[in-house]
Design a protein around this ligand. Sequence first.
Ligand code: AGP
Length: 633
Amino acid sequence: MCGIVGYIGTQAATEILLSGLEKLEYRGYDSAGIATIWENEVNCIRAKGKLYNLRSKLEQVETPAQIGIGHTRWATHGKPEEYNAHPHMDAAMRIAVVVNGIIENYSELREELKHKGYQFRSDTDVEVIPHLIAEFLKHSPSSVLPLCPSIFLEAVRDTVHKLKGAFAIALICADYPDELIVVRQQAPIVIGFGQGEFFCASDTPAIISHTRAVLPLENREIGRLTPLGVEIYNFAGERLKKQPRLLNLNPMMVEKQGFKHFMLKEIYEQPGVVRACLDAYFHANWNVGDSTNSPIKLGLSTEIYANLEQIQIVACGTSWHAALVGKYLIEQLAEIPTQVHYASEFRYAPSPLTPNTLTIGVTQSGETADTLAALAMEQERRQHKEPKYQARLLGITNRPESTLGHMVPHIINTLAGIEIGVAATKTFIAQLMAFYALALDLAYLRNSISPTRLQEIINGLRQIPGEIEATLEKQEHSIEQLAHEFAETKDFIFVGRGINFPIALEGALKLKEISYIHAEGYPAGEMKHGPIALLDAKVPVVAIAMPGSVYEKVISNAQEAKARDSRLIGVTPINGTQAAEIFDNLIPVSKVDELLSPILTLIPLQLLAYHIAALRGLDVDQPRNLAKSVTVE
Ligand code: AGP
C-alpha cells in the first residue's frame, strides 16, 4: 500500500526521493508528495494521481535540499485528493510527516487538538501527528537536557506514546534541519547506510540502488538519522546498539530487463524459482533405499511436527489459493486434517481450539494485516492453555525479513525473491513448492506414502521447470493470439476439480485483477447447482482437464457448458479428435502426474490474463485500486 522514502546526506534529496518512490509504485497508490528542508523552510509538494504529476510539479521548484521525506499514499481515511496526500504539516508549516498504516485513535486525538485550537486541513488520520509534535515542542525546554539527545526526538517520542495502531512514520522539522526521525510500530521501515548519507524506506527496493547495508527497525523503535550517523532508541528512550546487515537483493531484480511488464518478466522467472526451491528443499541424492533420512530439508524444528493432529492455514487472495493446494497435498499425502481460512474471517470467527495444531500463515508480502492479525490472535488465545494447545506458528513467505518473519518462530522461505507486479505469479508458484515440500516431509515422517511413490513425486517435480519452460516457449504466442478474441469479453468462467480447483480460482483472480473483466472460478461439478444459469455464447469457459482422478468428470462438466453455447477453452494435454470435438480452443500442457499438475496448468492462465490485460492497454503491473502489500484490515 503506501510507501515511504527518506534521505539525509550530501546529495540533492529530491531526485533520490522521487526515484525511490518510483521503485515503490508497485505497492499501489493514488497520490504522492515530498517535503524537503532548504533555507530554514520546509518545502512540501504534493500531487494527486501518478508520480509523473508530482515530478512535473517538482520541476518548477528545484531545490538543492539535502534532507527530505517522500510518500505514496493509498487512500484509507479521506479521498485520494491532494489535500489528503502526505506529507502532512503542522500549522506553522515547520514539521512534515509521512505515515504508512493507520492511527486508530485519531478521532479522539483530533477532538483534543481541536479543543486546543488546532485546525485541520485534511480528512486523514495522520494529520494529528504534526500537530501533536508541535504541541510537545511548544512545551519543550529550549536547550537539550543531559540525557536527551534531541528535542525533536523527544517530541516525537512523546507523540508516539499517544498513538494507537500499526504504523511507520518518517519526520523532518525545519527547526532541526539535521535530523530525520523514523518510527516503527507494526509496519515495516528500514534504514539504509551510505557513505556520509542515510536513507529510510518502507521497502528495500526504494534504496537498493544506493546501498545494500540496511537495518530494519523492530517494533517500538525510533531511528534518528543525522549527517553524522544513525542512533536507534526504543520507545522508552533507551539507546540501543544495532548493526546494519547486507541485503541479498540485486538492483537488477527491480528492473524489467527488456520485458514489457514486470508481470511478464516474473512469469518467465518461474522455472528458475521452482529450480531454486527444488535445490533448497530436496536432498539431491536421496533414494528409495534411504529409510533413515527424509528427502526433504526444510530445516523445521521437530517441535513443529510432534504429535501433529491438525493443520490450519490462514491467508488472503492468491496466497489463500496456494493454501487450498496445500490442504489437498497435506490431506492426500500426509493424511492430516487441514483447514484453510480467509485470514480476515478467521480473526473474527476462529475455529474452536484443537490440540496439537500447526497454524500456517501464507503471505508473499509478509505484511498482510489480516494474516498477521490472525496469527497474532492464534498465539494469544493459546498462550495460557495446557501444552498441547500451545500455538505452533509457521510462516510461508518470500520475504523472510518482513513483519511475518519477525513474528513467527519458523519460516519457509519460498525463494521467489521480490515480486514487483501487483498480480502474484512467481510468488504463488513458490508457495506451491513450499507446500509440496511440507506435505512430502510430513508424509515421509508419518509413513503415509510408500518410498517408491515419494521418489516418483520428487522425480516428477524435478521435471517441472523444463515443462514450464516448454509451455512458455510453445504456448505464449498462441495464447497472445487467443487473447485478441477476448479483449471485449465481459464475463469469464474458470472450472477445475480436485487439486486444480484452486488453479481455476487463481486463473479467475488473475484475469479480474489486471483486465477488470468479471471472472469466477468454480469446482466444475458445482456449475449445475447455479452458475450454469450464467452461461451463453458470450461467456467463455476455461476448463482445466488434466488426466487423473477427475478427468472424465471435468470433461462431462465442460460438455454441459458447451451445450449452453459457451465457448470452451481447454487447458489439457489431451489432443486429437476427442479434444477437438469438445474444446473450441486448446491450450496444450504436458501430461504430468495429476498431483503435480497445478504447477503447470497455472502457466497458461497467467499468460491468458496477462495478454488480455495488455491488449486492453491496461496498467498490468499496477492495476487500479490494488496494492502489493495490503497493510490495512
Ligand atoms: C494477488 O495477485 C493479489 N494481488 C492478492 O490477492 C494477494 O495475493 C493478497 O492480497 C494477499 O497478499 P499476501 O500474499 O502478501 O498476503
